[in-house]
Design a protein around this ligand. Structure first.
Ligand SMILES: Cc1ncc(C[n+]2csc(CCOP(=O)(O)OP(=O)(O)O)c2C)c(N)n1
Length: 529
């Protein structure tokens, strides 16, 4: 006879899930009792950090990550992080411990009163089994639902007295279930798209995060080369799906309606792959498309397809769709786009450093295949211009703009990819939303390099104040925080750098150390560069 608890671990094992990200409470202890030796528990000190670490881990492995939170309070703390996971299609199985069934109706302390409603609308599926025997099926459904296209987070609330119950024999059938997805367009849909691509005089490609997420970067490059078209990253892209050094690459699109139309002006056909159309930010009214342009988006997410305000969409799996498209497309006779010139190196060494100088130094000293996790909000555009990102999986950013992603996600990504160096570039304001990730990095010796851009302000909000024409706004400055001291407190070694030389030496030393390290570098506000 197998208990429901034992069966749950068997199920996770069969799905290759042996890393649990969590922060426990009393409701979770019965599941964690006698924790199996072949599993590892990555303990985060705050649930936002727990979900952030799991988000990074799941994105970097491309497989569902498992999270165990504490009841309603733990789930509530995780909601900010869930906004990012939801927007980046991160497959997360989030479980939370529920009170014992006998006391749920009494609303005993730590009852998750309306557990199923709580995480909505940031999950694909939310569930609480109606009885203990439903738990194995609930967990199996959760894993398959999280992974199914478009992947995303799911939530299961689990009463703690269920684990010790015996599972029914038929529940073992769940352990071996495999669900395969194959969503390619029909012949008719391909034929229409090919006709439109062949008729286009001046097409342009816009690639989004799901290209990188499904490992189709080389296919996107082949497509741009085949049709001799320039390629842009979609606005607010949380991943980098196209080598930034490639001659077809034009950069990261801005996030305003009018700016996008202006930049794409002259193109008669816009092919978007693996991105929402579009994730705008600042409100810049204007035409959604340049005059005369048509748009087709290939997306794995039907919700993304239906909420676009313009263009047509094909909902399909990106990698097989691009593969078939390339088999059927002849080489265009158009001239290949000319490479955009790289920006001039910054010579200005005066302290505090200009952000572009920081990125020049980082680009020079970091390994070519470094992975950057970016949450330096006012300098993101500069980062995209200065850092060369060539390998797939080289860049991560909070997909919904929720701060507190970079530090924990960097820890999760480094756990998933020990062979590549992860470097988190974090604004001094943003640090404070995810700072406890330092402790997990120290405890497990996860050698992330955290570079803190210390400009003393919420720089992005200062810029936005100009956009919105507001002034004398309180709460936009963050003076008086010693990030080196915080790092030491959590067990991570730290260095303060004021000059380019000191920064370069600190990064070199951190790379050699094989341990997590925090470098606090004094920077100027980017608008004051
Ligand atoms: C959870 C959360 N709270 C608040 C914000 C609003 N916000 C956007 S950018 C920003 C400032 C970030 O400042 P910092 O990390 O110092 O980077 P800088 O803009 O100076 O480059 C804030 C507070 C947010 N996006 N997410």
């Amino acid at each position: 006879m197998t208990t429901i608890r034992e069966l749950s671990y068997q199920l996770l094992r069969r799905h290759g899930i042996t890393t649990i990200f969590g922060n426990p409470g009393s409701n979770e202890l019965p599941w964690l009792d006698d924790f199996p030796a072949d599993f590892r528990y990555i303990h985060g000190l705050h649930e936002g950090v727990v979900v952030g670490m799991a988000d990074g881990y799941a994105q970097a492995t491309g497989r569902p990550a498992f999270v165990n939170l504490h009841a309603a309070a733990g789930t509530g703390n995780a909601m900010g992080a869930l906004t990012n996971a939801w927007s980046s299609h991160t497959p997360l199985v989030i479980t939370s411990g529920q009170q014992v069934r006998a006391m749920m109706g009494l609303e005993a302390l730590l009852t998750n009163v309306d557990a199923v409603t709580l995480p909505r609308p940031l999950v694909k599926w939310s569930y609480e089994p109606s009885c203990a025997q439903q738990t194995p099926l609930a967990l199996s459904r959760a894993i398959h639902t999280a992974a199914a296209p478009a992947s995303g987070p799911v939530y299961v609330s689990l009463p703690y007295d269920d684990w010790a119950q015996q599972a029914v024999d038929s529940a073992e059938l769940l352990v071996d279930r495999c669900i395969e997805h194959a969503g390619v367009p029909t012949e008719e849909v391909f034929a229409r798209l090919l006709m439109r691509l062949k008729a286009a005089q001046n097409p342009v490609l816009i690639v989004g995060p799901d290209v990188d997420a499904c490992g189709a970067n080389a296919l996107a490059v082949a497509l741009a080369e085949r049709l001799c078209m320039p390629a842009w990253m979609a606005p607010m892209a949380p991943r980098c799906s196209f080598p930034t050094t490639h001659r077809c690459f034009r950069g990261l699109l801005p996030a305003g309606i009018a700016s996008i139309s202006r930049l794409l002006g002259g193109h008669d056909f816009i092919l978007v792959v693996g991105a929402p159309v579009f994730r705008y930010h600042e409100y810049e009214p204007g035409d959604f498309l340049p005059a005369g342009a048509k748009l087709v988006a290939i997306t794995c997410d039907v919700l993304e397809a239906v909420r676009a305000p313009m263009g047509d969409a094909i909902v399909a799996d990106i990698r097989p769709t691009l593969t078939i498209l390339l088999e059927r497309l002849a080489q265009s006779g158009r001239p290949m786009p000319l490479a955009s010139p790289r920006p001039e190196p910054v010579a200005d060494e005066a302290a505090p450093l200009r952000p572009d100088r920081v990125f020049d130094i980082l680009d020079k000293v970091a390994p070519r295949d470094a992975i950057y996790v970016d949450e330096s909000t006012s300098t993101t555009a500069i980062l995209w211009q200065r850092l060369r990102m060539v390998e797939p999986g080289s860049y991560y950013f909070p997909a919904a703009g929720g701060l507190g992603f970079a530090m924990p996600a960097a820890v999760g990504i480094q756990l998933a990819q020990p062979e590549r160096q992860v470097i988190a570039v974090v604004g001094d304001g943003s640090v404070n939303y995810g700072v406890t990730a330092l402790w997990t990095a120290a405890q497990h010796n996860i050698p992330v390099i955290f570079i803190i851009m210390k400009n003393g302000v919420y720089g992005a909000l200062h810029s936005f104040s100009d956009v919105l024409k507001v002034s004398k706004v309180p709460g936009l400055d963050v003076p008086g925080i010693d990030y080196c001291g915080l790092a030491r407190g959590y067990g991570v070694s730290s260095v303060h750098a004021r000059s380019g030389e000191a920064l370069s030496a600190a990064i070199t030393q951190a790379l050699k150390s094989g341990r997590p390290a925090l470098i606090e570098v004094e920077t100027r506000m980017s608008s004051k560069s």
